[in-house]
Design a protein around this ligand. Structure first.
Ligand code: 6PG
Length: 246
């Protein structure tokens, strides 16, 4: 399905649009499944969106105790570390909500990377068991939030990495170009989601966004191009500076 691109005037409008999409996806999932499974992203762009999402209430269709939080990727650092994606979400979103601790499925970045990948995959397999399509052995997240790196990476799927051709595992430990260890959902899991929402902000992203959305197809060089849910939607929420070249 062709990606939908929604351009917002500034980062504040981008955050508000992200909250609207989150509420819509949650309402639909709660109606269909009685729960909402969402994988959050890292990076700096989501902070403002998470703060807006934290303000959603029952009037917006949110029943927070029925929301199950997961992550699309994580740095191999402890949960309180400044670079932890979990820490960002905790400060800007989770600490502001009344949700049962068992609804929070963080990636255990403090463990040895391969052990952490196995532990997170086990958590996903048990928490999402009702949402696994047995035929393809993949879970169907209701919503996955993603960002776009300056090199075309998304989640912790970096250009040229072996993770791009992983078809069996749901979670991999990967070294980023700076050699730091990361943990990431694999492409088959991302592409089995019902909806993927990219958040992209800032003039410095204009060039790479143009390559990903309008350039020649090169899935190894531009992992974000490989995000194409088979039976789901891809929506790009982009602020005007980031959208200036498309
Ligand atoms: C992370 C994610 C990464 C991120 C992009 C965009 O940093 O945890 O792995 O994919 O979403 O690099 O990051 P910004 O929002 O900071 O531009």
């Amino acid at each position: 399905m062709k990606p939908l691109i929604e351009t917002l005037s500034d980062p504040g409008q981008l955050a508000a649009a992200a909250a609207r999409h989150f509420a819509r996806a949650a309402t639909r999932a709660l109606r269909n499944w009685g729960e909402f499974t969402v994988a959050l992203s890292g990076g700096s762009t989501p902070r403002a969106a998470f703060e807006r999402i934290a303000g959603l209430t029952a009037a917006d269709g949110l029943e927070w105790e029925k929301v199950q939080f997961f992550w699309g990727d994580e740095r191999c650092v402890p949960p309180e570390h400044a670079q932890s994606n979990f820490s960002l979400a905790r400060q800007s979103l989770l600490d502001r909500l009344d949700i049962p601790p068992q609804n929070i499925h963080r990636i255990p970045g403090e463990l040895e990377p391969h052990t952490a990948a196995q532990a997170y995959e086990s958590d996903l397999r048990s928490a999402l068991s009702a949402r696994v399509d047995q035929g393809i052995d993949l879970p169907r997240f209701d919503l996955i939030l993603l960002g776009l790196g300056l090199d075309g990476h998304t989640a912790s799927l970096f250009p040229g990495s072996a993770a791009l051709t992983e078809y069996l595992r749901w979670v991999l430990a990967q070294q980023a170009p700076d050699k730091s260890w990361r943990l990431t959902l694999t492409l088959p899991v991302i592409n089995a989601a019902a909806e993927v929402l990219f958040l992209v902000s800032g003039r410095e992203k204009a060039q790479i966004l143009r390559r990903v959305l309008r350039g020649a197809e090169d899935l190894r060089a531009l992992p974000a191009q490989a995000v194409r849910p088979a039976g789901g939607d891809v929506i790009w929420l982009v602020d005007a500076p980031a959208a200036s070249l498309i």
